[in-house]
Design a protein around this ligand. Structure first.
Ligand SMILES: NC(=O)c1ccc[n+]([C@@H]2O[C@H](COP(=O)([O-])OP(=O)(O)OC[C@H]3O[C@@H](n4cnc5c(N)ncnc54)[C@H](O)[C@@H]3O)[C@@H](O)[C@H]2O)c1
Length: 370
């Protein structure tokens, strides 16, 4: 039997991974303890995603906390060497939360990842293991690039090579402020590389920029585009934190990211590190994203501006994915930013109309092809 394991299965990336892999594996095992709800309150509740996935016949959910090695090992031992792929997305994704609850953050992001890697080493060492790392491992290093302030966005100076190609994997990791979240994610990232480079396991590390998609339970502390669209649909006030609202992120639709994982799985390179993002054409500043939301809803958004930017908040991040494309030329992102925003708008509008039952059933869910 061919089995895929997805941790954080109820989250944005996890839920898209389950949906994608259910057609390619006999069984998909999900691990998620619903912690996003506990982390972020009602707005972060992912139980709707769990309920939705219960309709998938070859999906099995385990309410497991990845901080507990014995539980993780028990699940992996149960399925053993039938496990061919592990996509590890469970995590605590917020800088602010990590600052307040530093130990919990480290246990979830760093120790939880180590638990998964070690469990895989003991029970399914030949499985491909995908780690969802983040560009936040570089801390505020992107703010040391030459930048220009334009009318609606910060940008990398046109004379700098990163302006055209985006930021590649050679960015320095040291000599930077990083946040505790960046520290816990970098710890996981480095441990994962060690399992690949030292032990030869098929571990791939994906340093992602902004990941987005209709199933993101966006909240003020995490999930910028999802939270913005959700706020626009609800007619609530959105708060911009610093940088004139001109801070730029490139965005990758979670469905395109999952297709990257699949390409990696077909030809894994142990210990490889890749940047994953949507590139310049899927980049937006907050001001530009607000304008797009206003077009979608047909009404102006109420916006409040707080001049103090988040600690280490990058003024401009645009991802260079050329390394991954060189290794896996069959991959390219399929979802444009307008397309992703439109599906997020449709998703949150349907929730606004009928909150309890609006989640589409698995039969309605779009099937993603390679
Ligand atoms: N969303 C982004 O913009 C982004 C960007 C870069 C990197 N990442 C990384 O990608 C991964 C997935 O991100 P996402 O946006 O899907 O996050 P998400 O919050 O939507 O999903 C994470 C899931 O992990 C679960 N979880 C948390 N702690 C757990 C624990 N102790 N045990 C079991 N399950 C637990 C949560 O309940 C949640 O469903 C994360 O590791 C995140 O750091 C995300």
């Amino acid at each position: 039997m061919k089995i895929a394991v997805v941790t954080g299965a109820a989250g944005l990336v996890g839920t898209e991974a389950v949906r994608f892999f259910r057609e390619r594996f006999d069984l998909v095992i999900g691990l998620d303890n619903g912690m996003r709800g506990a982390l972020f309150g009602e707005g972060g509740d992912v139980s709707g995603n769990v309920a939705e996935m219960s309709f998938i016949p070859n999906y099995r959910h385990h309410d497991v906390d990845i901080r507990d090695y014995s539980l993780v090992a028990q699940v992996l031992a149960t399925y053993g060497t039938d496990v061919e792929l592990i996509v590890h997305t469970a995590g605590q994704p917020s800088h602010d939360w990590a600052t307040e609850r530093t130990l919990d953050d480290f246990w979830i992001n760093a120790v939880g990842t180590l638990n998964m890697l070690e469990g895989a080493r003991r029970h399914c060492p030949d499985a491909t293991f995908v780690v969802t790392s983040t560009n936040k491992v570089y801390g505020d290093k992107p703010n040391t690039l030459p930048l220009v302030e334009l009318d609606t966005r910060w940008d990398i100076h046109p004379d700098h090579p990163y302006h055209h190609s985006g930021i590649d994997e050679s960015m320095e990791l040291d000599n930077t402020d990083r946040t505790f979240f960046g520290v816990s994610k970098l710890s996981a990232d480095l441990a994962a590389q060690e399992y690949g480079r030292h032990l030869g396991m098929k571990v791939g590390v994906f340093r992602c920029s902004n990941i987005t998609g209709p199933r993101h339970a966006g909240v003020p502390l995490h999930g910028f585009l999802s939270h913005l669209v959700r706020t626009a649909v609800a007619g609530n006030e959105y708060t911009i934190l610093g940088h004139g609202g001109k801070q730029v992120r490139d965005n990758i639709d979670a469905r395109d990211l999952v297709r990257m994982f699949w390409h990696y799985h077909l030809e894994p390179r142990p210990g490889a590190v890749y940047h994953a993002g949507g590139g310049r054409e899927r980049s937006t500043s907050i001001l530009e994203a607000i304008a797009r939301c206003e077009q979608l809803t047909g009404r102006p958004m109420a916006v409040r501006y707080e001049p103090h930017a988040r600690f280490t908040d990058a003024k401009c991040w645009i991802t260079d994915t050329r390394k991954f494309r060189r290794h896996y030329p069959g991959w390219e992102p399929r979802h444009g930013l307008d397309d992703t925003l439109a599906s997020m708008h449709a998703h949150w509008s349907s929730f606004a109309a009928a909150p309890a039952s609006a989640a589409p059933t698995s039969t309605e869910i779009e099937q993603e092809r390679v």
